[in-house]
Design a protein around this ligand. Structure first.
Ligand SMILES: [Zn+2]
Length: 204
């Protein structure tokens, strides 16, 4: 599948904006907040916010077409938090929590979005385009990713203070940062400063 526009534009707590492409829909969904300290990034307070996010995500849903129900934001948060715990367990090669497995499998069992080919060879979605279907598509994407050949390439960003998770699809398999613009650059600046400080110390 070709991914033309890659990634979401995120805003860090310090206000910096950067593009982040985690390589998979289910990991993209993790940028909407999460359990524990990640709840300060919560972006799914209402069905409207879920719909807005789905339009920005790699699903590229038509904002005018998405129908969400009153329970969709809660269901979305539950699925997302389960995905966080499962993804971390996979990264740590730890047992998968049973409740989180049940949550994802429940969402995946529902009808998912149905893709359509348009005359200009773009992908669209057949109606009904609903929040519940989108959540099922996200859950199914997680099943594929966590059981597929790239599961061993799921990583946390190399910056100690950045919780973002991505699947490393680079040929070299050496992707270290959520985004070069953000954590890659912060690392470069820090390395440069450390080198300068050392040089200062060496001066007589
Ligand atoms: Zn990062």
């Amino acid at each position: 599948m070709s991914e033309a526009a890659t990634g979401l534009v995120l805003q860090a707590l310090d206000g910096a904006r950067f593009r982040f492409d985690p390589g998979a829909l289910c990991l993209e969904f993790l940028t909407t907040g999460g359990p524990g300290p990640l709840s300060r990034h919560e972006a799914l307070h209402s069905p409207r916010e879920l719909a807005d996010w789905l339009a920005l995500s790699r699903l590229g849903l038509d904002p005018g077409e998405i129908r969400t129900g009153p329970g969709d934001a809660v269901a979305g948060r539950r699925l997302r938090d389960a995905l966080w715990r499962l993804t971390r367990a996979v990264i740590e090669d730890a047992p998968l929590p049973a409740g989180d497995l049940a949550e994802v499998n429940r969402a995946a069992a529902r009808p998912a979005l149905v893709p359509r080919l348009t005359p200009d060879r773009t992908r669209a979605w057949a109606p009904p385009v609903t929040g519940a279907r989108a959540l099922s598509s996200i859950a199914r994407d997680a099943v594929e990713l966590l059981t597929g050949p790239d599961a061993g390439r799921i990583r946390e960003c190399g910056a100690g203070d950045c919780p973002l998770v991505f699947v490393d699809l680079s040929r070299s398999g050496r992707r270290r940062w959520c985004s070069m613009e953000r954590c890659g650059n912060r690392h470069k600046v820090r390395a440069l400063r450390a080198r300068r400080d050392r040089t200062e110390e060496e001066k007589p």
